[in-house]
Design a protein around this ligand. Structure first.
Ligand code: 1PZ
Length: 215
């Protein structure tokens, strides 16, 4: 028997989730955004326990957003746009320092948003890499260009150590469970523009409202 449950998941499904994020008028659905992150965390966990300090933090943030989404004010958390409007209109965001609202939807999503930029840069490097390229190098270059700028020294150190034990490119492609490396490359070529679009829309929205540095 080869039931759906028994099949290993494929990173394609996960990345497809991000294509569901965009509404017709280019708003970003939080439900699918969070679902996409759950899939990424599952993928990361399948790479080994060294990454658990990273996935713990991601899961924590996913759960904060899921709670808002499923909570009594859930209708306001349907899209990132509606969340930003609702939390700002009602003074539910700590703008200068963490105070009364240390876990607002806006500041929590911003952390995942920054990590999405890392993902975009890393997957683009994977896509265009040759067989002998090192995943650890691609990963840390992507990290240094994005997330690292927002992380304290101690976290950058820990992240750097985790990158060193990433499996090599062939194993990495295998764990993605997408097929041959040509198929991985073409899947990434399809998925990346969508991830970039979700990223760019969120970035613009946060910039407009001066939320890019939320504590
Ligand atoms: C496949 C290899 C995985 C590499 C992942 C690269 C990202 C490294 C990030 C290391 C951060 C880990 C610890 C937590 C840091 C938190 O302090 C920050 C800020 O949150 P705050 O303290 O302000 O509440 N958290 C983040 O920056 C969110 C990080 C989420 C990382 C998710 C990675 C998902 C990887 C998917 C793999 C395909």
């Amino acid at each position: 028997a080869n039931s759906v449950e028994e099949q290993k998941f494929s990173l394609k499904e996960v990345l497809d989730t991000f294509s569901l994020c965009l509404s017709e008028n280019k708003e970003v659905y939080i439900e699918h955004y969070v679902e996409g992150w759950r899939g990424l965390v599952r993928f990361m966990n399948s790479l080994g326990s060294v990454f658990s300090f990273i996935s713990k933090d991601a899961v924590n943030k996913i759960e904060i957003l899921a709670k808002f989404f499923n909570g009594e004010n859930g209708t306001h958390y349907s899209t990132i746009q509606s969340m930003v409007k609702y939390e700002l209109d009602n003074g539910l965001v700590d703008l200068a320092k963490r105070d009364k609202y240390p876990e607002s939807g806006c500041r929590t999503l911003l952390r995942l948003h920054r990590a999405l930029r890392w993902l975009e840069l890393f997957l683009e490097r994977l896509r265009t890499s040759s067989e002998d390229c090192k995943t650890s190098v691609m990963c840390s270059e992507a990290y240094n260009e994005s997330l690292a700028q927002h992380h304290a020294w101690i976290i950058r150190k820990a992240a750097g150590m985790a990158f060193c034990v990433l499996p090599g490119r062939p194993t990495f492609f295998e764990v993605m469970n997408v097929g041959t490396s040509e198929q991985v490359v073409s899947m990434l070529g399809d998925a990346l523009p969508l991830i970039s679009e979700v990223y760019d829309i969120t970035e613009k929205l946060y910039a407009q409202h001066e939320l890019l540095q939320l504590p």
